[in-house]
Write a new protein. Structure first.
Lengths: 354, 1283
């Protein structure tokens, strides 16, 4: 009744007496005092502690082998060769040796790593054409995106595929891992060179232009490979014809720019079909044959390979478990301080005597 | 149109410019030139009446609006950054995308501006095309024209209820006395009618007016915006000058009332009219908080520059450290690489673009939104709603709500602010004899009682016809019955009355003092036979003076504001009555909502109050335009009201010998500009001296004997605040004496008394002045307002010469005010004291309570009043401004030397008192009472320091006898010297200066018109509302806004720093690891609503506790919660949190194969949770709204980001957001990192809060703890705590 009366009559302008308008909505107002939050602190400390311990145990079970081959062994020569840009066309290969003391169990991942290589510079990152790698003919044959400049066309005005600085600077060392059963007998360790990328990258973001019964070479006719490349994009992988063009997994992996200047990128996964490697990499001596192409002198960089097993939360990373343990102890410390305060200053929070 | 040379056009334009700029303007009639080409028109240079208030034209909208928008610094900043993005070497984002935010903001603003302008255009067109009547020589009559066609020099005829189209000099009125009534509500909100008088001496006014014969020149001043001043004279062909003032000016926008028609000469038109010149937009004040905010924005700017410099320098070092040209260094499109120093120079600007949101541009928008919300809640507060006047609190200034929470000094007017300003005649003293009016006092006490059992009687309206006749017989009823009858004055009815200018029964009814009544009738009977001497009886003269010496407008109640409509007369009376009864029924149903009692009243009482209510209802009704549009109701009202009034008469007990004449007289309705005057006229009426009519030239008064006397009014010396008195010069119709009646403040009158008249009253007269002064002092002690009434007989020759001088003064163009005042002072000498009156102005409801609360809240309360010190001190005690145990310092000195001495002494004393350890624990306060003269001396430059120092120690200060100018000077002095937040509250025109001078001006929409309200920032209807407005809303608004602003700074710094830390890992190349769109969304959607909600809804302490413990208000005073410390703590916390949110993911992903935007995702998410939960720690009370918005923000983040990353394959080229969040959400690492970041980031703040609250809780926290108690224990607790 009140409402209808309010609209007219003597009290027409009377405000509604509703909880919202009178700011009387029921509210929960938590009191941040020691006695209310102490249980929460202790609980949190315990949870963090348990989580930290569990993660630490998990990390302890992983294994990782890192190998910096920049100027290791006979790679030294190649390293010196690559110092001079004019020698870029010359091939150079070298071999490094290492041994595994304890077998790596389960899936083993083979990464190559770079130090001091900034894939995260703004202009470098911009220098790519996602339209081109998506297989758009226009971006491929006529005009790659201007973001690729100056790596969009070569000096003759022929478009470059894939264009841009990222593709141009692609990592082009290749590796063959050998396992030495004995001093004389060695077997190559089989590596899966596919399945390294995100599913969405391989199937959505990177696609070759529509072929229509043409070979891949014919599709890419009228384009040039990037300046630093020795091979055109359609023959990157001589072994697997389906791993060529823009969907080449090495390319895709490279094109996903690393967040930091020191990074690793997946090169291959141990193929456990072979009975020798069924349980992972056994202990023993190994060599890696490296086709040494990628120059690192210009940025004081280092190159390396990483062999590692993974846990459900990533590779061998001690930071997270330790961080959880430290956090747990910090919370505990805070909780103890608060408990002292609680003991000293009124347990019921009614310390309002003045 | 004939062709004219451009030269002539330019010449004309220059001439026009000069003519408009000239100090004086000579205007002549347009009629002789009618139909001639424009170049020949004499008034062609003055603006036409067409108005254009639009800002833009259709063609120029875009450039002008852009220009307008770029005046805002924030927009300029935005645009500058967007332009920076277009420079290839410095851009950080895609330039097109970077343009989007500023474009959206500016487009929205432009749309809003365009819409507003279009509305203005429409209303302009409507106004310009309103019809009006302009005289045409060709047609020899008034023809209908549009408003826009009216030109200066035209003759315009206005009829009743028509709105005046331009500023008109009134030349003719259909009223025989040459009066035209005007309602100026459109201009100043004042609803009482104002009289305008035809310019005198322009031929026979009554014989109709022939515009064609008007051949004088009107000389007037340049247009100005002063609504109350106008200087002009009319020069007749024979060089005779007639002065005219505002009294003869009909202002554009006003409505003509009660006058059939009037003719005016257009002096100002269109934009030169006073109404348009006054129409200058809304007030803009900058709050203290915002000023401080700007300083902090400046700090942010410094921070931004520092960060950008670090970025630029870092980039330089990084480039320098590179041994060669690695393949990741991308040259420009020509294959060229710039030198490191140039690169780093560019990088500086790129960094600015990247880190731009460190300057919280959106903060300004958010603050505006928050204030809109706060104002919404303030205006919707039912506790600040006044039922009597049906008004809410009005927030007129939209941007100073938070200033209400920092008030340290309150300056209050007394009359009408602390008191009701409903003047009630209480006592009087005539010729040195006191008449205490005891019955009157009892009556007022009775009214004070709570009005229970009132409205029930309306169920009996069927008795209406019968009681009407039965009442006549009971004409003279004993006084005590009367009192009972009056007891049932409904509050609502009283209000309805007050709507129609001061005629509430409280003021209209005065019970005469029996002794005085006898005295009068004795004088009457003794003097009645000897006509010549009658007026010499001072008792009669006293009441004559009361009735004559005023500016009260008399209007017959039934004629009052009646619409002139022919149809209304053609209705049959029977029908009217029926209609009327219907109305009555409707009305009574509305009113009988309080069935508190079914007690029967005797029919007389019932009916008398019923009629009063009915009258009230009708008066309201007439004001209501929509209702009164109906002619039937109108006429019904007219007829029935005549009856009603007659009935009301009967219930009143006037000492009437002649019933029928009284009936007539009672239909009168008095409208006064000041309520004192009305009170005095009603008092005179109670003694049978009835003011029947007032015209500019005459006053008609009915004497108790029933005889009507018509006094010729020669001049009225109106009241001004310097003279503090007013006089009326009249010619007595019987004795033919020229008599000057003066009334005014006692101190302004007492020094003007002369001693003529001695021959009439030998012996006693010597003591009259002394006795009266004694009585006056007594009145003042009781808190009554005192007025002295005097008389002076002027000889004919003096009178004539004075009138001549007066006329010259009025026609003067130069310093007219001074001359007029001089003439007034000249005449007002040698006055003879007749007596004095004491008028009560009762305290408003809950004033003491409010003042005590304000004092407890640490607010210094000053009361500034024009009253005498005695009255003021008395009221001061009554409203608990002064307490009995207080140390009251009284400062009143005649000259500066003593003033200095006193000031020094007191200051010394006070200091000693303060420093004395024995006084440390006492609650005794120091109060200061100071009068206007002393105040003037004290605030002179050499003493003001000491004075301010003294007042700093005083809890309350009472300034008496101050002028409006002094009021504002005091406010300014305190505000500037002490650098404190001041609030001024007042209700009348005399408070306007003060209200404008203070930081926060509060107007009380009371009895004295609307000027104070128009000048104010907030308008309330009762003083008691101040308590909740300041203590509750002020506190809330301030804490909410202060916390929100701090939070806003924190939020921006925390988020931007994430980007900044990353620069250390990407060679300072301004890379972002968060997709640009998501960054925009983060600020625009995900984290924008929670702080706004926080600023509008958060409630730290409940209403009850804030009102119960006013001390909590002190937290906001002075520096308050938003100060240097809190700001920098927030910034430091932001740095810490951003470090945590960046480096935990960094360390977790170190040396891994993580890609850039995958790394950014947990970062962004952790930042979102940290920022929202940070707010969660700050939020004091969680309502449903809080939950919805907080959870909604999180949900929105995930929904929008998931949708964006699922659909955007190549849409935002440099970044590759596709499927990133989806991938991350499938990775347990993501959750581990986000949780850890959030916990570690918030741990210090949370722990600190808990620790502080446990160890040293702030008063506000204690207040919140009170909230949690149940109401009864809480009240008890508060009582104990206070006691």
């Amino acid at each position: 009744m009140g409402k209808t009366k309010n609209k007219s009559g003597p009290l027409a302008r009377r405000p509604d007496n509703s909880a919202f308008k009178q700011q009387r909505l029921p509210a929960w107002s938590p009191m941040l005092t020691a006695n209310t939050v102490l249980p929460f602190f202790y609980l949190l400390a315990v949870i963090c502690m348990l989580l930290g311990v569990w993660l630490l145990l998990l990390v302890q079970s992983t294994q990782e082998i890192k190998l910096d081959y920049t100027d290791l062994g006979n790679c030294n020569e190649c390293f010196d060769l690559r110092r001079n840009v004019s020698n870029a066309a010359q091939t150079c290969s070298c071999r490094v040796e290492f041994s595994i003391d304890k077998s790596l169990k389960g899936d083993v991942f083979f990464y190559y790593g770079l130090k001091n290589f900034h894939q995260n510079l703004r202009r470098y990152m911009d220098s790519r054409d996602d339209g081109q790698t998506l297989g758009r003919i226009k971006n491929l044959k006529k005009n790659p995106s201007s973001y690729c400049a100056p790596f969009d066309k070569d000096n003759d005005g022929v478009p470059i595929a894939p264009c841009g600085a990222i593709a141009n600077s692609m990592f082009n060392d290749s590796f063959t891992l050998n396992y030495h059963l004995s001093s004389s007998r060695s077997v190559p360790v089989p590596l899966l060179r596919t399945g390294l990328t995100w599913y969405t990258d391989k199937n959505v973001k990177f696609r070759n232009p529509r072929a229509d019964n043409l070979t891949l070479a014919e599709v890419f006719e009228g384009t040039r490979p990037p300046l630093y490349w020795q091979k055109p994009v359609y023959s990157l992988d001589p072994h697997d014809p389906n791993n060529n063009g823009f969907i080449n997994e090495d390319l895709i992996v490279w094109m996903r720019e690393a967040a930091f200047p020191n990074f690793k990128k997946l090169y291959g996964i141990l193929n456990r079909a072979d009975p020798i490697f069924e349980k992972g990499l056994p202990k023993g001596n190994y060599t890696i044959d490296i086709s040494y192409n990628f120059p690192v002198q210009h940025f004081q960089g280092r190159k390396g390979v990483v062999l590692t097993t993974l846990t459900w939360f990533g590779g061998q990373n001690h930071f997270l478990p330790i961080a959880y343990l430290v956090t747990s102890s910090l919370i505990l410390l805070a909780a103890v301080v608060l408990t002292v305060a609680w003991w000293k200053f009124g347990k019921d929070g009614k310390n309002m005597k003045e | 149109m004939t062709w004219r040379s451009p030269l002539a056009l330019v010449r004309d334009a220059l001439q026009g410019q000069r003519a408009r700029e000239r100090e004086l303007r000579s205007l002549v009639s347009n009629l002789p030139y009618e139909g001639q080409e424009k170049g020949k028109q004499p008034n062609r240079f003055f603006l036409s009446n067409a108005i254009k208030t639009t800002k833009y034209s259709l063609l120029l909208f875009l450039p002008m609006n852009l220009y307008e928008q770029f005046h805002r610094l924030a927009n300029l900043y935005f645009v500058g950054l967007a332009i920076l993005n277009f420079i290839p070497v410095v851009n950080a984002f895609q330039p097109e995308v970077a343009l989007i935010p500023i474009c959206v903001i500016m487009l929205l603003t432009a749309l809003k501006d365009g819409w507003e302008d279009f509305r203005r255009y429409q209303s302009d067109r409507k106004v310009n095309n309103t019809p009006c009547f302009v005289y045409s020589r060709r047609e020899k009559q008034y023809v209908e024209r549009r408003w826009k066609d009216v030109r200066v020099g035209d003759f315009v005829r206005v009829v009743s209820n028509e709105i005046v189209p331009a500023d008109l000099l009134l030349l003719y009125s259909s009223d025989p006395n040459g009066v035209c009534h005007l309602e100026t509500a459109n201009l100043d909100g004042e609803t009482n009618l104002k009289q305008r008088i035809v310019v005198s001496g322009l031929g026979a006014a009554n014989l109709g007016f022939e515009p064609e014969s008007f051949n004088s020149t009107v000389v007037c001043e340049r247009p100005n915006s002063n609504l109350n001043h106008f200087k002009c004279f009319v020069e007749k062909p024979d060089k005779d000058k007639v002065g005219a003032s505002i009294e003869s000016l009909l202002l554009r926008g006003c409505t003509v009332r009660n006058t059939n028609h009037a003719v005016g000469f257009v002096v100002y038109a269109g934009h030169e009219t006073k109404a348009m010149l006054n129409n200058n937009g809304s007030r803009y004040k900058r709050s203290k908080l915002e000023q401080k905010l700007n300083v902090d924005v400046f700090f942010c700017l410094i921070l931004l520059f520092a960060m950008c410099l670090i970025g630029a320098f870092g980039h330089y070092l990084w480039l320098e450290s590179l041994p060669g040209v690695p393949s990741f260094l991308v040259p420009d499109s020509n294959g060229h690489l710039d030198v490191p120093s140039l690169e780093s120079f560019y990088m500086f600007f790129t960094m600015i673009i990247l880190l731009q949101i460190l300057i919280p541009i959106s903060l300004y928008v958010s603050i505006e939104l928050v204030k809109v919300g706060q104002i919404f809640f303030i205006t919707n507060d039912i506790d600040l709603y006044d039922e009597e006047t049906d008004s809410r609190v009005q927030c007129r200034a939209l941007n100073i709500t938070e200033d209400l929470g920092q008030i340290e000094y309150v300056f209050s007017d007394k009359t009408g602010t602390l008191t009701e300003n409903k003047m009630v005649f209480r006592r009087c003293s005539v010729m040195g004899t006191e008449y205490p009016h005891k019955e009157n006092a009892i009556r007022l006490d009775v009214i004070d009682e709570p009005e229970s059992e009132e409205e029930v009687i309306f169920n009996q309206h069927q008795q209406l016809p019968r009681s009407r006749w039965s009442l006549e017989a009971e004409d003279i009823s004993p006084p005590d019955t009367q009192r009972h009858g009056r007891r049932r004055k409904s509050k609502v009815a009283a209000n309805a009355h007050s709507d129609a200018a001061f005629s509430s029964p409280l003021e209209t009814e005065v019970i005469p003092d029996q002794k005085l009544l006898q005295q009068i009738s004795r004088a009457e009977s003794s003097g009645g036979r000897r006509d010549g001497n009658r007026s010499f009886d001072p008792h009669l003269d006293f009441f004559l003076a009361l009735a004559i010496c005023n500016t009260v407008v008399v209007s017959a109640e039934n004629a009052h504001r009646q619409r002139v409509s022919l149809q209304s007369r053609s209705n049959s009376p029977l029908q009217n009555i029926r209609k009327c009864q219907g109305l009555f029924r409707k009305f009574s149903v509305k009113e009988c909502t309080s069935p508190q009692s079914s007690q029967m009243r005797n029919p007389l009482e019932t009916f008398s109050s019923l009629v009063k209510k009915a009258g009230a209802f009708f008066q309201r009704d007439k004001r209501n335009r929509t209702l009164s549009e109906d002619p039937v109701i109108d006429s019904a009202k007219t007829e029935d009201e005549a009856d009603a009034n007659r009935l009301r008469t009967c219930s009143l007990h006037a000492p009437s010998q002649n019933g029928s004449t009284i009936v007539e007289a009672e239909e009168l309705c008095y409208e006064a500009e000041s309520p004192d005057e009305a009170a005095l006229v009603y008092a005179a009426r109670a003694y049978g001296f009835i003011l029947l009519a007032r015209t500019p030239d005459s006053v008609t008064v009915r004497l108790p004997s029933g005889e009507d006397l018509v006094f010729e009014v020669l001049d009225t010396l109106t009241f001004d605040s310097n003279r503090k008195r007013m006089s009326v010069l009249v010619r007595h119709p019987v004795t033919k004496d020229y008599v000057l009646y003066t009334k005014g403040a006692d101190y302004s009158i007492m020094e003007l008394l002369g001693t003529p008249y001695a021959e009439n009253f030998s012996g006693t007269e010597k003591n009259i002045a002394a006795d009266t002064q004694y009585h006056l002092d007594c009145y003042a002690k009781e808190g009554l307002r005192t007025l002295c009434i005097t008389k002076k007989v002027v000889s004919e020759s003096t009178c004539q010469s004075w009138l001549g001088e007066r006329k010259r003064a009025q026609a003067a163009m130069e310093c007219r005010e001074e001359l007029i005042m001089q003439t007034a002072v000249q005449l007002e000498t040698n006055l003879t004291l007749l007596g004095a009156t004491g008028i009560e102005d009762r305290l408003q409801e809950k004033v003491p309570d409010t003042i005590v609360a304000l004092r407890e809240a640490g607010i210094h309360v000053w009361v500034l009043t024009g009253d005498k010190p005695e009255t003021a001190v008395n009221i001061g005690y009554a409203c608990r401004l002064l307490e009995e145990e207080d140390l009251v310092i009284n400062m009143s000195c005649k000259n500066k030397v003593t003033c200095t001495a006193i000031l020094d002494c007191t200051l010394e004393e006070v200091r000693r008192y303060r420093d004395d350890p024995r006084n440390a624990g006492t609650t005794q306060n120091i109060s200061l009472v100071i009068d206007g003269n002393t105040l003037d001396m004290a605030k002179s430059p050499d003493l003001q320091e000491r004075f301010v120092e003294l007042t700093k120690h005083c809890r309350s200060v009472l300034c008496c006898r101050v002028t409006p100018l002094q009021k504002s000077a005091v406010v300014k002095l305190v505000r500037e010297k002490l650098k404190v937040m001041t609030l001024a509250v007042g209700d009348g025109a005399n408070d306007v200066n003060m209200i404008q001078a203070a930081d926060v001006g509060i107007g009380i929409s009371g009895q004295e018109g609307m000027q104070a309200v128009m000048a104010s920032d907030f308008a309330i209807s009762r003083f008691k509302h101040l308590k909740k407005l300041v203590l509750v809303h002020g506190h809330w608004c301030y804490t909410r806004l202060a916390n929100m602003i701090i939070y806003f700074f924190y939020k921006n710094v925390a988020y931007v720093n994430l980007l900044f830390w990353y620069q250390f890992f990407c060679g300072f190349t301004a890379t972002t690891m968060i997709d640009y769109w998501l960054m925009i969304f983060f600020n625009l959607f995900f984290t924008s609503t929670p702080p706004i909600m926080f600023g509008i809804f958060d409630k730290d302490v409940s209403v009850e506790v804030l009102q119960g413990v006013p001390e909590l208000y002190r937290t906001g005073q002075g520096k308050g919660e938003y100060n240097f410390l809190t700001f920098w703590i927030a910034i430091l916390d932001a740095f810490y949190q951003s470090l945590v949110c960046f480096f935990i993911p960094y360390l977790a992903y170190q040396d891994s194969d993580v890609d850039l935007f995958t790394f950014g995702t947990p970062l962004n998410t952790a930042a979102l949770f940290t920022i929202l939960l940070h707010l969660g720690i700050e939020i004091k009370s969680w309502t449903l709204v809080h939950w919805i918005i907080m959870l909604g923000s999180v949900a929105l983040y995930f929904i929008v980001t998931l949708a964006y990353t699922a659909t955007c394959v190549t849409c935002n080229p440099p970044s590759n957001p596709y499927w990133i969040l989806q991938n991350q959400m499938a990775d347990p690492m993501f959750y581990l990192i986000v949780t850890l970041c959030t916990v570690v980031a918030l741990l210090p703040r949370y722990t600190f809060h808990v620790l502080k609250n446990s160890v040293a809780p702030s008063p506000l926290l204690q207040g919140r703890q009170l909230d949690r108690m149940d109401p009864s224990t809480r009240d008890q607790w508060i009582k104990e705590w206070r006691g």
